[in-house]
Design a protein around this ligand. Structure first.
Ligand code: HEM
Length: 454
């Protein structure tokens, strides 16, 4: 629940310390899914139970590696996740399975390759400049850094997808997105009971149709216009995706597939990156020493400029802060899979149909993997080789690992370093954000900080 009373520990969720009835679980899940995680999940590597059907929470890195990397075909994304997303983003990369996922992933991969990402970086620097302008107007006052970060990352994804032309109005997309999040937050009793997907969920169906129509209304004309005008130079994400070809099947995306994947990138990409930034600024306001260290680094590397792709490798402390923020407040705080086969995970027997949760929030605060896990300490990431890849999963792992991870990290480093080199942030007493998961891990009440010139 609320911000932590221990002043050395930043805001955290109060996890469940007693067993909940199905009814209570549902009620708690509606306000904050994370409060349904048993506290035990931060001390043990497996927690199992049964509510309508069997479930397991896996915090064992070896077990997670088996599910995501070694035997992923046996653990497809859960039906509840697919039911939620499919009506809005179609059968795109995020939800597709099997061959239909594979060819899309191979076709989209070049768009996110390092050489193309570097060409997209100037858009991130430009967006950092605009955020600097907005913050300049807030000097001496309180500002909601989360909202400013959402505007910045939306500008990036919008420009990167559509080169700034044919662009989408921020308010329209934001509104459709907020409504979608709102609906998603209302965890359906039918989902929890795992009633099959073909049983209609009336309000969900109606709302999803509405969101999809709104998002299509914006993206379809942009795709058609691009086909008339031809590719941009340098190519943007829409061009790269349209040119992407699966080397094995030679298949390319048709207009519907292009649209569904673009909508996916916009929904999956901008809010998660904004959250990473918002929580990072909160943590730096929480810890004045680290704020100064990161500022010193940014000022010495950037010398008054905004950051570019070439600076990334030198902004080492900035990246450590972002990693620590992704550990404490992973935007995708809970992953879910459904077991298809009999298996053993973390020493427990798994049966076909079991729901497998990877509670990333609890994994990242598990005492078996992290010392003083609730403490903010970016030094943990000074030597990345010391961290088990499957104990730190902000971007998931294995073959379904986030395709936009490098894009998001580049954006976060560019924006955070550019801003912190010019501004100082202080917590507003009594206004600490509350971590609440409704689809993503958001700061309830925003991240309200006092802004000063550095
Ligand atoms: C800090 C920012 C981000 C975070 C924390 C994040 C997190 C994640 C996670 C955890 C997954 C795996 C979900 C699972 O296995 O169930 C995922 C998948 C995905 N993400 Fe991200 N993401 C971020 C940014 C982005 C960006 C910028 C884009 C695109 C522009 C993007 C597009 C996707 C797509 C398409 C998938 C599905 C990949 C597949 O299944 O092949 N994400 N993301």
């Amino acid at each position: 629940m609320a911000a932590c009373e221990d002043r050395r520990v930043p805001a955290k969720v109060t996890l469940a310390n007693r067993r909940m009835s199905a009814f209570r679980l549902l009620r708690v899940a509606r306000t904050n899914v994370l409060e349904t995680i048993p506290e035990l999940a931060t001390w043990q590597t497996m927690v199992s139970g049964k509510i309508f059907k069997r479930w397991h929470m896996v915090m064992d890195p070896g077990g997670i590696r088996r599910m995501l990397k070694e035997n992923p075909e046996a653990y497809p994304k859960s039906e509840a996740v697919k039911n939620l997303f499919k009506p809005v983003i179609g059968n795109s990369l995020f939800v597709a399975e099997g061959r239909h996922w594979q060819w899309q992933r191979r076709a989209a991969a070049p768009a996110f390759a390092a050489r193309n990402l570097k060409a997209l970086a100037p858009v991130m620097s430009k967006s950092a400049s605009r955020m600097i302008e907005r913050l300049s107007a807030a000097v001496g006052k309180e500002a909601d850094i989360h909202m400013l970060a959402v505007a910045a990352t939306f500008e990036v994804i919008n420009s990167v997808c559509f080169s700034g032309e044919d662009s989408m109005e921020f308010e329209t997309v934001q509104e459709a997105f907020e409504k979608f999040i709102d609906d998603a937050g209302r965890v359906s009793l039918l989902d929890v009971a795992s009633v099959p997907a073909w049983v209609p969920r009336p309000s969900r169906l109606y709302n999803s149709y509405f969101h999809r129509r709104e998002l299509k209304r914006i993206t379809d004309p942009a795709i058609e216009a691009r086909q008339r005008i031809g590719r941009r130079s340098p190519p943007d994400l829409l061009d790269l995706l349209a040119e992407g070809e699966d080397p094995e099947t030679r298949r390319r995306m048709n207009n519907d597939e292009l649209r569904d994947n673009l909508i996916t990138f916009i929904l999956a990409g901008h809010e998660t990156t904004a959250l990473t930034l918002a929580w990072s600024f909160y943590l730096l306001a929480f810890d004045a020493d680290w704020q100064q260290r990161v500022r010193d680094e940014a000022q010495s590397v950037l010398e008054g400029r905004v950051a570019t792709a070439d600076d990334i490798g030198k902004l080492v402390l900035t990246r450590q802060v972002i990693d620590e923020s992704l550990r404490l407040y992973p935007p995708s705080a809970m992953l879910a899979r459904t077991a298809k086969e009999r298996d053993t995970i973390g020493g427990r027997q798994v049966l076909p149909g079991d729901t497998m949760f990877i509670p990333v929030y609890a994994l990242h605060r598990n005492h078996c993997h992290w010392s003083n896990p609730d403490r903010f300490d970016p030094n943990r990431f000074a030597d990345r080789r010391s961290i088990d890849k499957f104990a730190f999963l902000p971007f998931g792992g294995g073959m379904r690992i986030c395709i936009g991870a490098s894009f998001a990290l580049m954006e976060a480093v560019v924006i955070l370093s550019s801003i912190i080199s010019r501004f100082k942030f202080t917590l507003v007493p009594g206004r600490e954000p509350e971590p609440v998961m409704i689809l993503t891990l958001r700061p309830k009440g925003g991240v309200r900080l006092l802004v000063d010139a550095a």
